[in-house]
Design a protein around this ligand. Sequence first.
Ligand code: SF4
Length: 237
Amino acid sequence: MNKLRINAIYLATEGEGLLIGRVQIFVRFQGCLLGCKNCDSKDTWNVSNGSFMSEDEVIAAIEAKWPSPNVPIKTVSITGGDPLNLQNIEAVRSLVVRLKASGYTLSLEAAGDVIDQDIFQRLDFINFDFKTPSSGVQSDLEKIIFMQQNFTGKFQVKSVVEDKNDFDYIWQNYQKFLARLFKIDFIWVITPAYNLKEKFPLTRFVEIINWNQIAGGPFRVIGQQHKWIFGPDKKLV
Ligand code: SF4
């Protein structure tokens, strides 16, 4: 059986996106090769770091995060790092099968470069990133088109927006998407960037809200509330 490369397993409340406010157990995988410039989890990049755990150990660690045996939390977010990179994907597939068989509700944070139909079909919700220029990583609009054609109703697209250039980029891609499929059946979330060591970027939030209003509201602007509460550098919250 595959060993899982685990950065951390912890209980917290989802701080961003459409599932904001949901209590869940995060299984954070180690390893990411994308190298986003604005990544707030660079400690997850190196595949040699973290702990190698068996699937049984991961399940036990999840259950150890329940407040008590009588208060099971059967909602898990699989995140990273990049849980779908080559080093992690088979271990993730096996874990997803096992957790679903045990009645868990599962979401997964996908970096937007890999679509694994077998895994995605088993999940309850997928966050699918569409990267912006400030990240230095290019996403493929064809993958968003594929997601709408195959996974409508169970995914969001999420873009971290740092500045007007980022906003204009996703707005152009939104329009390209509409020109191809004529309608958008998912919610495209803008996460205003709140970078490590930064003070709360109020001006950026206000500007993004205004740009979105002027564009007619194509996006849902949702901040990262865990950073408002705990600060941008706090981990495992
Ligand atoms: S995909 Fe996620 S974990 Fe990987 S570099 Fe980008 S932001 Fe960081």
